[in-house]
Design a protein around this ligand. Structure first.
Ligand code: NAD
Ligand code: GLY
Length: 388
């Protein structure tokens, strides 16, 4: 089992412990008891029907014998339920069950469950302890670490939320065995994203694994993959430790904003297709190709590095096509990017693998942007990995 600890700079007393291992969900009771500095009486498991159907009974068994009263609460499945309405029902459940300040919310599921349950824990009684048990690859390497929680508004994703660090994160790689193929591809894209902005070493480890795995699900259970997840969590933790609240004033290569590599175009693609065509990571896959083209066209990134980026995205698996989308519509959606500051988009680009650079939108002329979008979104290379 891998064990990481993230101490947040401004709050040395506050730390988040991350446990990563194949089958580690069976130790959840002990990990909660040892990882919290309080003694909860009640545990609220927020999940959805699918995930709770797969893993709920084992989680209930893992929590037996610790004197916890355990209350499962299931939200409907899907991004559209990451809403104010469902949030209100979730905090209503905590209130009706008389949860107190020391009681705990356990988020069991992917990023949708994690974000909503995390927000409920952030605002109920002005904050109660949160434990994340992420069950998608995207959630295991990204959304469960770092403390961002949110719900969507009808006109935009993640527009209302809070920073609320989980006390404990329990990452069980075995749960990935039941994950649908597209969710795996989506998680691999986020892995490639994280490795591209991190270091050549993490990029080589990540692409090396993807080449070797080549569609073999059994390798998701290998110690090598457990270590890879730990390296990704550790990288994300290092960024969060330095810039917990994603300061708008920072634009250096270790500011939290670099985690948005590929996301500017990804959000535009998701918006214009009304969140129906792409899983989030798949849109990020396309977004990285576009960011790579912009970087090359600005003279920041050389052709060999761009080729490595393209190969890495192709290794993740097939992406739904974006080649038919209207470039003007994408450009309009880009203008409405919620991460813009003073009306200006900030692009996360690459100088080299492992070396991101934040560039203001006004430094990129529209012709270059148009060309990069066309080149980046042309028919992606096809691979047949992880289809069954
Ligand atoms: P998701 O939560 O929608 O999960 C994908 C699907 O897989 C769902 O249908 C889910 O029920 C199912 N599922 C989950 N685990 C499973 C398992 N082990 N076996 C079988 N099915 C399983 O999608 P996601 O990609 O995990 O998360 C996307 C969300 O995460 C978005 O809302 C995004 O905004 C958010 N996000 C948050 C952060 C953050 O820092 N907080 C970062 C990135 C993304
Ligand atoms: N997923 C981006 C962040 O956590 O900042």
């Amino acid at each position: 089992m891998q064990h990481l600890e993230i101490s947040l700079k401004r709050q040395e007393a506050k730390r988040c412990e991350i446990f990563i291992g194949c089958g580690v969900r069976e130790d959840l009771g002990t990990l909660i008891r040892n990882g919290l500095d309080c003694h909860p009486r009640r545990i609220g498991i927020i999940s959805n029907k699918r995930v709770f159907g797969l893993y709920g009974p084992e989680i209930l068994t893992a929590l037996k014998g610790y004197n916890y009263e355990v209350f499962p609460w299931l939200m409907p499945e899907g991004e559209r339920y990451k809403s104010f309405d469902v949030l209100e029902r979730a905090v209503g459940f905590l209130g009706e069950t008389s949860f107190e300040r020391n009681d705990v919310v356990v988020a069991l599921g992917g990023g949708v469950v994690g974000d909503l349950a995390g927000f409920a824990a952030a605002i109920y009684l002005r904050g109660i302890p949160l434990v994340q048990v992420p069950t998608t690859l995207l959630a295991q390497i990204d959304s469960s670490v770092g403390g961002k929680t949110a719900v969507n508004l009808p006109f935009g994703k993640n527009l209302v939320g809070a920073f609320h660090q989980p006390r404990v994160v329990v990452v069980d790689s075995q749960t990935l065995v039941t994950l649908p193929s597209r969710e795996l591809v989506s998680g691999f894209c986020e892995m490639v994203k994280q490795s591209l902005i991190s270091s050549r070493k993490l990029f080589a480890r990540t692409t090396g694994f993807l080449m070797k795995a080549n569609g073999r699900r059994d390798l998701l259970l290998a110690p090598e993959f457990e270590e890879l997840i730990a390296l990704h969590c550790s990288f994300k933790g290092s960024i969060v430790r330095n810039d917990e609240y994603e300061s708008a004033k920072r634009a250096d290569r270790r500011s939290r904003r670099v985690l948005n590599f590929g996301h500017t175009t990804a959000h535009a693609l998701e918006t214009i297709t009304k969140y129906r065509r792409f899983r989030h990571g798949e849109a990020v896959g396309h977004g990285m190709l576009v960011a790579g083209e912009i970087s090359k066209n600005l003279g920041l990134l050389n052709s060999a590095e761009l080729e490595s980026l393209r190969e890495a995205v192709a290794l993740c698996g097939p992406l739904p096509s974006a080649a038919d989308l209207d470039v003007n519509e994408i450009l309009n959606a880009l203008q409405r990017d919620k991460k813009s500051v003073g009306g200006e988009i900030n692009w996360v680009l690459l100088e080299k693998i492992g070396l991101p650079r934040i560039v203001e939108g006004k430094q990129i002329d529209r012709k270059l942007l148009r060309l990069s979008l066309r080149e980046g979104l042309r028919e992606a290379r096809k691979t047949e990995r992880y289809t069954h």
